[in-house]
Design a protein. Structure first.
Length: 108
């Protein structure tokens, strides 16, 4: 009789453990994937007419030497886009003027 109670308690503990693990697994699987969790600094290398062309932005290197307070083109922007494809999607949501306004420094 005593071993029956122990066996039942072990089975109940095992069921509770299995239910808990299943619940955490389901919650973890329902989390949306985030490809870019940190902002990336992108440096613009083109001319004013090319601001929305993602391939003219670079995420490596240093701030271009010709960055200044005034100018028609952005110097750099910091956005949640870790690759060219994500940057292209980001840029497609804005006008060239809006993107230029995102940069505190400008290029001639």
């Amino acid at each position: 009789m005593k071993s029956l109670k122990i066996n039942l308690l072990l089975i109940v503990a095992l069921l509770i453990t299995a239910a808990t693990v299943s619940a955490f697994t389901m919650l973890n699987n329902n989390q949306p994937e985030q490809s870019a969790t940190l902002e990336t600094i992108w440096y613009f290398t083109g001319s004013e007419a090319q601001i929305l062309e993602a391939e003219l932005w670079r995420n490596t290197g240093s701030t271009p030497e010709d960055c200044a307070v005034n100018g028609p083109s952005p110097c750099s922007i910091s956005v949640l886009a870790s690759n060219q494809g994500e940057l292209k999607d980001f840029l497609s949501q804005y006008t060239a003027g809006e993107v230029a306004d995102m940069s505190t420094q400008k290029r001639p």
